[in-house]
Design a protein. Structure first.
Length: 189
């Protein structure tokens, strides 16, 4: 049983590097990751809008692999909760509804301001920036995070990345503090 059940917001899944790392974390004992078809649609639509070199078929394959390998990841039956919820952006209510339905403790998102503390507290849910989430995971299960990161790094072939290059890539994606801590905890000999 995983320590943390979380919802990944679409903005965490948008970047291939972060998507791969966060899915790798979901394959560990430390995290039970959740998402919905609507979250999938959102990140896929944004990738296709910004990357002409990626096909819908390729993203659909990625989505299907995520759903297949991450057990119980796809949240359904949350739609009836949506109208009852209030958030600054009504378009984000589906994420909170899925978090409630899946009994997630955290919504992992870059858009913290879209999920105010007072709106989530009633449901005992918190919004966490991905960097803060990884920092938290490093204190709970350092081994799982380090193994997930190294597994992802070793899989990178085009181009392959050194440890420093890999951590720099995570920093570029907004994981500044956690990449620094991973450098100390995961890659010190």
């Amino acid at each position: 049983m995983a320590n943390l059940t979380v919802i990944y917001d679409a903005n965490v899944l948008y970047s291939a590097v972060l998507r791969d790392f966060f899915v790798e974390l979901a394959l560990t004992e430390a995290v039970e990751a959740r998402w919905t078809e609507e979250i999938h649609s959102e990140w896929m639509r944004n990738v296709l809008a910004n990357r002409q070199d990626i096909t819908p078929e390729r993203l659909t394959r990625t989505k299907n692999l995520m759903d297949f390998y991450v057990q119980n990841s796809l949240v359904t039956g949350y739609e009836e909760i949506i109208p009852q919820l209030e958030l600054p952006d009504p378009g984000d209510r589906h994420v909170l509804a899925a978090a409630i339905k899946s009994r997630s403790r955290f919504i992992i998102t870059f858009n913290i301001r879209d999920f105010p503390v007072q709106s989530l507290a009633i449901y005992d849910i918190q919004a966490l920036h991905p960097d803060n989430f990884i920092l938290r995971l490093l204190t709970i299960d350092r081994k799982a995070v380090c193994q997930a990161a190294e597994k992802q790094r070793r899989r990178l072939k085009n181009p392959p990345k050194t440890i420093d290059e890999y951590l720099a890539t995570l920093e570029e994606q907004g994981l500044i503090q956690s990449a620094a801590l991973m450098r100390q905890l995961c890659y010190q000999n």
